[in-house]
Design a protein around this ligand. Structure first.
Ligand SMILES: Nc1nc2c(c(=O)[nH]1)N[C@H]1C(S)=C(S)[C@@H](COP(=O)(O)O)O[C@H]1N2
Ligand SMILES: [Mo]
Length: 323
């Protein structure tokens, strides 16, 4: 089955001339670099030339949450050397290498849009009052591989409530830092920087939606999105935007980087769905990172295994159209 359109955002809203030009540029660069759209490089196996494992500072006072899958977590070395983070290069091993000197303190986050309490907050203000939880989540990339990651973080919804979103706030948008001096991958226009993502308000408020500050009990490594990144476990990995500097409440569906670039491949919702193929590969099976190339295929679960918790958010929607 080939799904061509994301019916959620009217194409008139996003496919203006500028976007089409950017998309054309991007496709040209991608063709030159020999990469496909999501940086899908299926031949690049995990466990190749690896950086020495660098650990973050231990996080104090972590509480174990009831949200944990049974599967054994993926090795720390795989989680921190097999990454997608185009700001630090295309290719799974690049982010670990190129983000080593990225400084994430001080770090300020701008809160904007449809809320009563906008403003700028430092990381310390963001964290104040939150108990950090460890949650072991399945993580599924659109490139048909997955990991099991012991995240540390707190529910996004608990933070959003502090800013008192107005009744007009139907979506929440996020932006990654834009600073080509610190994020060398931004010197090339492989994406329309800054990286942007968004959720519908009810998705953002769902208790499974996490803002992660760490993994394996330690501060988040730069390559995994330090100091603060989104984790939405029932959606493909590209929704989980890294190194966030802006949170904006909006009335209309905000543009999202991959959706703008290739709407027929990357929908706004991006719910993990084994029934809907990516136009260039199947989503029916996934490869577990850490099992090696001969590890075999595993069946992909609807909503990445979180259907019981989240399927009701989409009742009445045709999820072959709203991809
Ligand atoms: N800012 C930013 N966020 C991003 C990306 C990116 O390139 N830039 N890649 C996304 C994709 S495609 C995936 S699969 C996950 C990868 O997260 P991980 O490297 O921590 O496993 O980050 C997502 N968040
Ligand atoms: Mo991804």
């Amino acid at each position: 089955m080939l799904i061509k359109r994301n019916a959620c955002i009217p194409s008139s809203e996003i496919t203006d001339r500028k976007v089409w030009e950017q998309r054309r540029d991007f496709l040209r660069i991608a063709a030159l670099a020999g990469v496909s759209l999501a940086g899908c490089a299926p031949t690049e196996s995990e466990g190749g030339s690896r950086e020495p494992v660098v650990h973050g500072a231990p996080i104090k006072g972590i509480v174990k949450s009831r949200y944990r899958v049974e599967q054994k977590p993926t090795d720390y070395a795989d989680i921190t050397t097999y990454n997608n983070f185009y700001e630090f290069g295309i290719g799974k091993s690049k982010p670990a290498r190129n983000s080593r000197d990225f400084v994430t303190r001080p770090w300020n986050i701008q809160i904007e849009g449809e809320c009563e309490a906008p403003g700028e907050l430092g990381m310390e203000d963001i964290l104040a009052g939150f108990t950090q939880e460890e949650r072991i989540y399945r993580f599924r990339c659109v490139e048909a591989w997955s990991m099991v990651i012991p995240w540390v973080g707190f529910p996004l919804g608990d933070l959003l409530k502090r800013f008192k979103p107005t009744s007009k706030a139907r979506y929440v948008a996020f932006e990654t830092l834009y600073d080509p001096k610190r994020m060398p991958g931004q010197k090339r226009r492989v994406l329309d920087w800054p990286y942007r993502e968004a959720l519908r308000m009810d998705e953002a408020m769902h208790p499974l939606t996490l803002l992660a500050t760490g993994l394996y009990g330690e501060a988040l490594p730069n390559q995994n999105g330090a100091p603060l990144r989104l984790v939405v476990p029932w959606k493909y990995g590209f929704k989980s935007i890294k190194s966030i500097v802006t949170i904006r409440f909006t009335e209309k569906a905000p543009p999202c980087t991959w959706n703008q670039m290739a709407p027929e491949e990357y929908g706004f919702y991006a719910n993990v769905n084994p029934e809907v193929d990516h136009p260039r590969w199947s989503q029916r099976y996934e490869r577990y990172i850490g099992e090696g190339l001969f590890g075999g295929k595993h069946r992909t679960l609807p909503f990445n295994g979180y259907a019981e918790e989240v399927a009701s958010l989409y009742s009445g929607m045709d999820l072959t159209l709203y991809i």
